[in-house]
Design a binder for this molecule. Structure first.
Ligand SMILES: Nc1ncnc2c1ncn2[C@@H]1O[C@H](COP(=O)(O)OP(=O)(O)OP(=O)(O)O)[C@@H](O)[C@H]1O
Length: 646
């Protein structure tokens, strides 16, 4: 590596000086032969010489000339210096040799950081863990894939949520990470920082909430324009308003939308005491999540599936030490949460309740489904106890009626968990303002540290299985086109091919259309798990898969959410590209459990809109730091697979 880089970077420069130096060699030798008593060369001498020559690499002749010593002595002294490890030698061609300080190797080995202040982007090649940890405090990894290195983007939200006490400490982090000062970027960051520190909610000593502005101007020009008597009672001063009870969430949302996120510094209620001890030690990054949650009393843990958000949430529960309501998307998840809480905390089974279609237990820690929490008749769930903490699992799915119903819990600690904070709609604002700011970790760092295995992803462009479908596609339009492309029979063959290429792998095949699922399952002679599969049957099949008694299942969209899919070695997404990016993340996520080594294949019908969808969806995953490959499948699927469909 050294040779290559050094010769690459210096080759051009060093030839010509060498020739000159060779000419100069003899004259300098004679003139200066006896002038230096001690011909032991030091690294400092070498630096002097290289400074004088204006280059970091020098021939012995050049060293001799600049230091005015005979070239023979220079050569010996350099060899001596090399023996001490202070300089390295490198043959530029065959001869002559150039010499350079060993420390230069460290320099060239260092990560290079390039800042694009206008685009607010930072490109880093080979960032080390430290730099990445620093960068993730004010930017997010947008692209960790490809030759150009890691691309970080700084969004307003990244600054709004930066975990720093002051702009100065944030600026220090930036300078450390960037290794330089970018005034333009710092100015912009400063302005965003200021925006996020103009307003805060505090608790008055008499118990009510106060909205405080940094200056009378900002109060007058922003808050008092956006808010009315529905939100605030009366001004207390030029910079303070008395907030109407229950309007906190609306105020946060309105000001967030105006570009001024509100700092929530209220004294949050911890509800009825409930001492909880964690019986598992948190990983460092989980501890950081919990610490950041503890500072603000609210937040959203963002991490890939399997990164330990649930465990970290228990850390947050232990921190709050109050009765906790956990809201989850499905009954299966409620059961898993209950089991996990029992396993990893000091709580006893009688303290943990589940509240859903099957059971209605309200206990100091209650896990309820969003579905039931959204129903009028179960509204009291929110008031049944003095919840000190509300946890929103998969908080990108929180239905708006649940949000509406839980807004009065704004005065309690709130924690969201999410693997994909990106939404196609404006739910992001809701998450940020109603639950809390995202608290994340650089995903790539988790992959690298081995906490989560990184899947390899391959998009496969599959040809049409038969002409009939191709023609139907050509004459269809809109949704119908997606449906036909999704159900391309050529995919059956490709699924078969992939399974035969990985004979020992435990595989899950995902589909979006029931019909396609049934066909695939029939062709492969395996069960098809869908919304129509009875609950107990679903459980049984998944359990068998988990216990290695099965190695293949076809799963419909129902598998995306709610149920906890077992670890697989191989995931094939046979359709589902009309869905959201979140779905893509979820599906890829299913195979990312710490077991490791999972492969994900996404099938898209060649020459259809599925192709574009696949690219877009996987680009998103690419930004999360995964490696993506594209593959065009050449063979036509007309042989043995086309009879899979009646
Ligand atoms: N601190 C820890 N020490 C040991 N194991 C841990 C720790 N944190 C998490 N794990 C293990 O990693 C696995 C995934 O953890 P967890 O269920 O909390 O992840 P998650 O991010 O909530 O996943 P998902 O998004 O799929 O719900 C679990 O099997 C858990 O036992």
């Amino acid at each position: 590596m050294t040779d290559e880089r050094a010769s690459g970077e210096t080759g051009g420069e060093s030839h010509q000086p060498d020739d000159q130096a060779a000419e100069a060699d003899d004259e300098t030798a004679e003139e200066t032969e006896d002038e230096r008593e001690d011909d032991r060369l030091t690294l400092a001498d070498f630096h002097d010489a290289s400074q004088e020559a204006g280059r970091p690499v020098l021939t012995a002749a050049a060293v001799a000339r600049t230091l005015e010593i005979p070239s023979e002595k220079a050569r010996d002294a350099l060899a001596d210096l090399a023996g001490r490890g202070d300089v390295e030698r490198l043959s530029v061609e065959t001869d002559p040799v150039v010499w350079y300080p060993s420390e230069l190797e460290d320099l060239t080995d260092r990560e290079r950081v390039v800042v694009f202040p206008k685009r607010r982007e930072v490109i880093v090649d080979r960032p080390d863990q430290f730099t990445r940890a620093q960068l993730s405090q004010f930017a997010h990894l947008a692209d960790g894939n490809g030759e150009q290195g890691y691309r970080y983007v700084v969004r307003p939200e990244d600054i709004w949520q930066a975990p720093h006490d002051s702009f100065d400490t944030l600026a220090r982090t930036m300078r450390q990470a960037l290794g330089q000062r970018s005034e333009a970027l710092e100015d912009w960051v400063h302005s965003q920082w200021d925006r996020a520190h103009q307003f805060r909610l505090t608790t008055h000593e008499e118990g009510y909430t106060v909205l405080e502005a940094k200056s009378p101007e900002i109060m007058g020009n922003v808050a008092r324009q956006k808010l009315d008597e529905e939100h605030v009672h009366a001004p207390i001063s030029d910079t303070e308003d008395w907030v109407r009870e229950g309007s906190e969430a609306a105020i946060k949302r309105l000001l967030y939308e105006a570009g001024y996120p509100v700092q929530d510094h209220r004294d949050l209620e911890s509800g009825e005491d409930l001492p909880i001890d964690l019986e598992i030690s948190l990983r460092d990054y989980q501890r950081t999540w919990v610490d950041r949650f503890a500072e603000g009393g609210e937040g959203v843990f963002v991490g890939p599936p399997g990164s330990g958000k649930t465990i970290a949430a228990m850390g947050a529960m232990a921190h709050v030490g109050g009765e906790t309501l956990v809201l989850v998307p499905s009954r299966d998840l409620a059961r898993q949460w209950a089991d996990a809480i029992e396993e990893y905390t000091s709580l006893e089974p009688h303290q943990i309740g589940q509240y859903h279609g099957g059971r209605k237990q309200v206990r100091p820690v209650t896990i309820a489904t969003y579905q039931i929490a959204g129903m009028d008749r179960h509204r009291s769930l929110f008031d049944d106890r003095e919840w000190g903490l509300v946890v929103f699992d998969e908080c990108q799915h929180v239905p708006s009626d649940v949000y509406r119903r839980s807004t009065h819990l704004q005065s309690r600690h709130r924690l969201g968990l999410s693997a994909s904070p990106i939404r196609e709609d404006d739910r992001q604002t809701e998450i940020f303002t109603l639950v809390g700011p995202p608290i994340g970790t650089d995903w790539e760092a988790l992959f690298e540290a081995g906490f989560v295995a990184e899947p390899e992803l391959e998009i496969r462009y599959v040809p049409w299985g038969d002409e009939g479908q191709r023609n139907a596609y050509a004459s269809a339009d809109g949704q119908e086109r997606y449906r036909i492309a999704a159900k391309n029979r050529g995919k059956v063959d490709d699924v078969r091919y992939l399974l035969s290429a990985h004979p020992d792998a435990k595989a899950l095949v995902f589909v979006d259309y029931l019909e396609q699922g049934r066909d695939l399952a029939a062709a492969l002679d395996v069960p098809f798990l869908s919304g129509e599969t009875p609950h107990h049957e679903r459980r049984r099949l998944l359990e068998e898969f988990r216990r290695n008694e099965r190695d293949l299942l076809v799963i419909s969209r129902v598998g995306d959410e709610g149920i906890d899919l077992p670890t697989a070695d191989l995931a094939i997404v046979a359709s589902g590209l009309g869905g959201s990016r979140r779905q893509g993340t979820q599906r890829a996520g299913r195979t990312m459990r710490p077991a490791g080594g999972a492969l994900v294949y996404v099938l898209a019908t060649r020459g259809t809109r599925e192709e574009d969808f696949a690219r877009k969806q996987l680009q998103h995953l690419g930004r999360k730091g995964m490696t993506i490959r594209e593959q065009t499948v050449e063979t036509s699927g007309e042989s043995d697979g086309s009879d899979a469909d009646e």
